[in-house]
Design a protein. Structure first.
Length: 404
């Protein structure tokens, strides 16, 4: 049973290693190997970007990456209904501008507290795979950019670089995003390494236990970067085990186990049903991250913002709530925070910034979202994040498109 489950994961493409493992089965449609390498010149990729919008940034990034890299980052599972809805759904939440509020630009405060750490604004980078697809510095360059932006860094368990190298690239708070391994010893060692490296929390990805790769990427032959390795499992960096050997059937007990190993807070990412949020909190979760994985796992699930009110209603302030999937504007951040969310996480745009400008490009993406949110706060008449509430949104019925 163990072997058949592992083979299923490999061929289904659950995560980077799993899709890569199945690439040999479709090599007849693959592009030449040269197409697999990033085409971003290393010497030219550490610069500030003049960003007009993140949608334009995506188009610019498409010009400097291979077709395989762009498709892997930008596209999503199956027919991509959820991917499209992730953007469209924000239009269902019109903003009410509060006039005569006496708010000036100098009054705006975007700062928030998250698990005991003060952040200058409520935006963090979502963990993402295959950074070396777009920049030779990979996750280390991403972490450096997050550090320049003075916000929180999430180190991915599937990173090409070891967690120790990533943590050294930024002085800000850091979380380790864990894929629970079927070998409990491997999982324990990863958690202990993260604590030794001074990560302050562990994040469990609860929605990555099955297929999730775009049809187009498979049709290209799954052209991953050459010589790609999983740094956290590489013996050269003190790692062991096989990333592809993931534990599939996660339970609430896994939350308790992760917490018991290090005593650090546990963030559970990938929550959509409200009852799952309650289950996770009762099992020991310190933070809930509402996410549909950017539409990359199961197509046809609700958009993250569409389930927020139900999730927040169940959480009842017991733990912070984070949201990802679909954020492209500062006005999106504003909308989400009016629904009692503490922080948003942004994934794809950070990869585009990395491709175009390296660490400083990542910082530029944060700066753009921060400045857009500051402008939205001013125009909406809100002084601080702490005073945001649904009163800043026009009430209306829940959109039918959010129901599955």
């Amino acid at each position: 049973m163990h072997q058949s489950r592992r083979n299923l994961l490999r061929s289904a493409g659950a995560g980077l290693a799993l899709a890569a493992a199945g690439a040999s089965k479709v090599q007849a449609t693959a592009k030449p190997r040269a197409e697999c390498a990033t085409v971003v010149p290393a010497a030219a990729r550490n610069r500030k970007l003049d960003i007009i919008s993140l949608d334009r940034l995506e188009n610019q990034a498409k010009q400097v990456t291979t077709s395989g890299a762009y498709v892997f980052i930008a596209e999503a599972a199956r027919d991509e209904w959820t991917l499209r809805e992730n953007r469209r759904a924000f239009c269902d939440y019109p903003i009410l501008m509060h006039r005569l509020a006496g708010v000036a630009a100098k009054d705006i405060d975007l700062g928030i507290d998250l698990l005991g750490h003060r952040l200058p604004y409520p935006i963090i980078a979502a963990p993402a795979k295959a950074h070396t697809f777009v920049h030779p510095g990979g996750e280390v360059a991403m972490a450096a950019g997050v550090g320049l932006a003075r916000t929180l860094c999430q180190s991915l368990g599937a990173a090409s670089k070891p967690l120790e190298a990533i943590v050294g690239a930024t002085k800000g708070p850091k979380w380790f995003q864990l894929y629970v391994n079927a070998d409990v010893g491997v999982t324990r060692e990863l958690l202990l390494r993260a604590r030794q490296a001074e990560y302050i929390a562990n994040s469990i990805t609860a929605d990555a236990s099955g297929p999730g790769i775009s049809d187009t990427f498979v049709s290209l032959g799954s052209p991953f970067p050459p010589n790609f390795t999983f740094g956290n499992h590489d013996p050269r960096y003190g790692g062991r085990g096989d990333f592809a050997d993931q534990k599939v059937g996660l339970t609430p007990d896994d939350i308790g186990f992760v917490r018991s190993v290090t005593g650090l807070p546990v963030v559970v990412k990938g929550i959509l049903p409200a009852q799952d949020a309650d289950t996770a909190i009762k099992a020991g979760a310190s933070t809930i991250q509402v996410s549909n994985h950017g539409g990359r796992r199961l197509d046809g699930v609700p958009v993250s913002i569409g389930v927020l009110q139900e999730v927040v209603g169940v959480v009842k302030g017991r733990v912070p709530v984070i949201l990802d999937s679909g954020i492209r504007r500062g006005i999106d951040v504003f909308r989400v925070l009016t629904l009692w969310v503490q922080v948003v996480a942004v994934g794809r745009p950070m990869m585009y910034g990395l491709a175009l400008g390296g660490s400083m490009g990542v910082q530029s993406v944060f700066d753009q979202l921060r400045d857009e949110m500051r402008s939205t706060m001013l125009l909406a008449g809100a002084r601080s994040v702490s005073e945001l509430s649904p009163n800043y949104l026009r009430p209306g019925p829940a959109p039918a498109a959010h129901l599955v």
